[in-house]
Ligand binder design. Structure first.
Ligand code: SF4
Length: 194
């Protein structure tokens, strides 16, 4: 486990809502734009018990728990979700979809990455798909993902932070022509919060 903290969800449909974040260690995807490369090595972090994680989440007073990474699905999260639900928290997942799905989720944010195969079950179960846009070529990748999404799945385009100023205008123009998409800004980074 890399870190746990209370903050505001900065991205996607729940942007602006208070949540307890659980950042799990481990990721094999090595995305060039990753903003949490410190989380990749699972062995670099101490293991924590589910009981411990849930106790902290409850003590935070938050009613939403975002489980993120790294790639959290490198871990079987059946037990953690069950315990969080028993404690009255909603469970929100952030995943690339590269690993087998476990746990019961109230919200699944699927964020496919170029060159990383997404398991089919994620397209059926995703509440939202979020594509990071860093260059013009990423729009066609986004469309490839959108055709695989379920009917009620929300679709978000999010500027890659390092080129945010230049690409946000392009995303805006794109959404005006393709209004099935919504803009997701990383609100927490603009606000200077975790
Ligand atoms: S899947 Fe997420 S955590 Fe893993 S390398 Fe890509 S951006 Fe980073």
């Amino acid at each position: 486990m890399v870190e746990c903290f209370a903050s505001l969800q900065g991205e996607g449909f729940h942007c602006g809502q208070a949540a307890w974040f659980v950042r799990l260690a481990g990721c094999r995807n090595a995305c060039a734009f990753c903003d949490t490369p410190q989380s990749w090595d699972m062995n670099a972090f101490a293991r924590r018990s589910e009981e411990d994680l849930v106790r902290e989440a409850v003590e935070s007073g938050c009613t939403n728990c975002v489980v993120t990474g790294g790639e959290p699905m490198l871990h079987n999260l059946d037990g953690l979700c069950r315990r969080l639900h028993e404690a009255g928290l909603r469970c929100w997942l952030e995943t690339s979809g590269s690993e087998p799905l476990s746990g019961e989720w109230d919200w699944i944010c699927l964020s496919p990455k170029k060159g990383v195969e997404v398991r089919e079950e994620y397209y059926r179960k995703a509440s939202e798909i979020k594509i990071v846009i860093g260059s013009d070529e990423d729009f066609s990748f986004a469309e490839e993902q959108a055709v695989r999404a379920g009917q009620d799945c929300l679709l978000y385009l999010q500027p890659e932070w390092s080129v945010s100023n230049a690409i946000t205008q392009k995303i805006t123009q794109y959404i005006l022509k393709q209004p099935k998409w919504r803009l997701s800004l990383q609100m927490h980074k603009f606000a200077g919060i975790a």
